[in-house]
Design a protein around this ligand. Structure first.
Ligand SMILES: [Zn+2]
Length: 242
């Protein structure tokens, strides 16, 4: 039997026919998986309740010719209820799964999986401001895909930092010679906040002022939008950092 198991995060679902759903998941071992879950739109379906967005599950799948089929799902983490109950957490989680969906075909699927599970768990526990959890996730997910922003030396000519301009299109902080005319100046606190978000230094992240958090969020959003080229729709619904 061509069946396989994986631990997955449910990224999104959409309707198929009368009672079925297509479920897009990020697997720890298999990367992005699209599979049919049969009969899950009936209210009595236990399978359906375990395959909602933001849920973490151990699934068994049958490898079909075009689409795989979900045979079983055991819940590993029910972060959905806490996330969906709060608008800021929900918009942050939506931007995270949309990013994971975009990056899911890249290598390092176990790292992407663990990063996403960690982020959703932190959102469900309200461990930090939702926007900071999202910003840290975005920077680290892009770093896993080989797009870590340069925060020290100039991202264009490698002149030693610190530098005061951030240019998403160039890949991070750039020196005065490389900064295009009119590019925004970034203060030291904001650069330090970006560094802390990227490294997961939560004591530093949580202590930042509202202004610094908001400035860093703006740069992270610009950087993510640029590198994920089509733009992450969910990011436009995310409020300012608090
Ligand atoms: Zn330079």
């Amino acid at each position: 039997m061509p069946t396989y198991r994986d631990e997955v995060v449910v990224l999104r679902t959409h309707k198929l026919g009368e009672a079925d759903r297509i479920v897009t998941m990020l697997g720890r071992r298999h990367g992005k998986i699209r599979a049919v879950a049969k009969g899950v739109r009936r209210t009595s379906s236990k399978l359906g309740s375990r395959l909602e967005p933001f849920m973490v599950a151990d699934v068994q799948l049958y490898a079909g010719r075009s689409l795989d089929i979900v045979q079983q799902a055991e819940s590993l983490g029910t972060y959905g209820a806490e996330i969906v109950a709060d608008y800021d957490r929900y918009t942050a989680a939506s931007a995270m799964v949309e990013t994971a969906d975009r990056l899911g075909d890249a290598d390092a699927s176990a790292s992407h999986y663990l990063l996403l599970v960690g982020g959703l768990r932190a959102l469900s526990l309200a461990a930090h401001a939702p926007r900071s959890i999202l910003d840290s996730y975005l920077l680290r997910a892009m770093a896993l895909s080989g797009w870590a922003p340069g925060l020290e030396d100039c991202a264009r000519c490698s002149a030693p930092g610190p530098h005061r301009s951030f240019v998403a299109q160039v890949g991070g902080m750039v020196c005065a010679n490389c900064a295009p005319a009119g590019s925004a100046r970034v203060d030291e606190n904001t650069t330090a906040q970006l560094r802390a978000l990227l490294s997961g230094d939560w004591d530093h992240v949580d202590a930042a002022s509202t202004g610094t958090s908001a400035a860093a969020s703006g740069l992270v959003a610009a950087y993510a939008q640029w590198h994920l080229d089509r733009g992450i729709r969910s990011l436009s619904h995310v409020g300012v950092a608090r």
